[in-house]
Design a protein around this ligand. Structure first.
Ligand code: FEO
Length: 162
């Protein structure tokens, strides 16, 4: 049993995770258009991971006997100045998601909702990894300068993600 306020907040987070999936799929589409198929694959897998984050919360709300309500997903950004701009946007977005998760934990604590607080622990750890991944991509792009043979190799490396 979770409160109406907590249910609403979790439903909002489902929407935020689905927006993340939509944003990363749009990034993947832009990267495919730029013939960076390794990067495009990486971002498609990332979009799928975000969809699975949404479903984790969806199932939790169901398990708590509350109602999942899906709302409209905002349109994502479709154009980028460079691959580095894509990676920077990813990091900016993940920092926003981290703040949203932290706010959910804060709400769970205020409500003395231990089950939801424990449920959210997985997301806290996941956000550390998500931010680190985005930072690593930016660092590599800074090393190679966003084009040339280095970019060819990095695209191959990104495409190796399973
Ligand atoms: Fe579901 Fe990338 O945060």
């Amino acid at each position: 049993m979770i409160s109406k306020k907590m249910t609403e907040a979790l439903n909002k987070q489902i929407n935020a995770e689905l927006f993340s999936a939509y944003l990363y799929q749009a990034m993947s589409a832009w990267l495919s258009w730029k013939n960076l198929n390794g990067f495009a694959k990486w971002f498609t897998l990332q979009a799928q991971e975000e969809q699975s984050h949404a479903m984790k919360i969806y199932e939790y709300v169901n398990d708590q006997g509350e109602r999942v309500i899906l709302e409209a997903i905002d349109a994502p950004q479709t154009d980028y100045a460079s691959v580095k701009a894509v990676a920077e946007e990813q990091l900016k977005h993940e920092k926003k998601v981290t703040a949203l998760i932290n706010n959910l934990v804060k709400l769970a604590r205020e409500e003395k909702d231990v089950a939801t607080e424990i449920f959210l622990q997985w997301f806290i750890s996941e956000q550390v990894e998500e931010e680190r991944n985005a930072e690593e991509i930016i660092n590599k792009l800074e090393m190679i300068g966003d084009k040339g043979p280095g970019m060819y190799m990095l695209d191959k490396e990104m495409g190796a993600r399973e």
